[in-house]
Write a protein that binds this ligand. Structure first.
Ligand SMILES: [Zn+2]
Length: 252
């Protein structure tokens, strides 16, 4: 029965997804369709009918096989964090067992998951070009099931889906208009000033500049710069930009 063309679903029966926050989100989508419609979509996902999954910023796009010659393209759009979300996330990140950078790497509690993935009806916008409107149609649901399994494997993408990717982080934290830098600590002074808080060099030495980003040295640099978890993320984003620029001078 399997077409074998698309993304293989891990769940063979019952619910999709291991995380409570993702299950809640998918239940919210299912809440406006009949049990039968949801079951059809589950079967579609398990028959590998979701052909592709790609994301860019806050948008996820999936092609889903249908009875027509061309697949339908499903698109999900996640809202950026508003002021209330940002404040709640900032507070929650301070209490994370693995710290803010652990959370950024995908090791975060359900509390963070629920904040990153709101499940209020209408919070996630989706579209499909099939005749079933406004949906969610079976294509949207099948894509959602595969997306939930993607989050099991890579929960860290949730930050990017809410507009907290490395590129956007600084702008999100600065607020609308990009005015008023909110970093209360002089990063340059704390790292390179008269009394610098320099971290120890990791051992063994990193193989390349890229390794520094995941290494303890980066975490210590961010922690030395600020106590604010979201601003620590911003420091890491700035370090990424710096390393990108620095890479241009590497000897070839
Ligand atoms: Zn559809």
């Amino acid at each position: 029965m399997k077409s074998g063309r698309g993304i293989e679903a891990r769940s063979r029966a019952g619910q999709f997804g291991a995380h409570m926050w993702a299950r809640r989100w998918v239940s919210d989508l299912e809440s406006v369709v009949s049990r039968g419609a949801a079951q059809l979509a589950r079967t579609d996902a398990r028959k590998d009918k979701v052909l592709s999954l790609g994301h860019s910023g806050r948008t996820v796009r999936c092609d889903v096989e249908s009875s027509r010659p061309q697949p339908f393209t499903v698109e999900f759009r996640f809202a950026p964090l508003d002021e209330t979300d940002s404040e709640a996330l900032r507070t929650a990140l301070r209490q994370e067992e693995n710290g803010v950078l652990g959370a950024l790497a995908g090791e975060f509690s359900d509390t963070i998951g629920f904040l990153l993935l709101p499940a209020v009806h209408g919070a996630t916008s989706y579209s499909c070009h099939c005749p079933v409107q406004p949906g969610p149609c079976r294509h949207v649901l099948a894509a959602a099931y595969i997306m939930v399994e993607w989050w099991d494997a890579s929960p860290q993408v949730m930050f990017e889906l809410r507009g907290l990717g490395a590129d956007q982080l600084g702008a999100v934290l600065r607020g609308p208009g990009g005015e008023g830098d909110t970093v209360g600590v002089d990063v340059e002074e704390s790292l390179w000033g008269s009394d610098p808080l320099l971290p120890t060099v990791p051992s063994p030495a990193p193989a390349g500049l890229e390794d520094l980003l995941d290494a303890p040295v980066t975490r210590r640099m961010a922690a030395a710069a600020t106590n604010d978890p979201l601003e620590q993320l911003r420091v890491v984003a700035d370090l990424e930009d710096f390393l990108d620029a620095f890479g241009d001078y590497r000897s070839r």
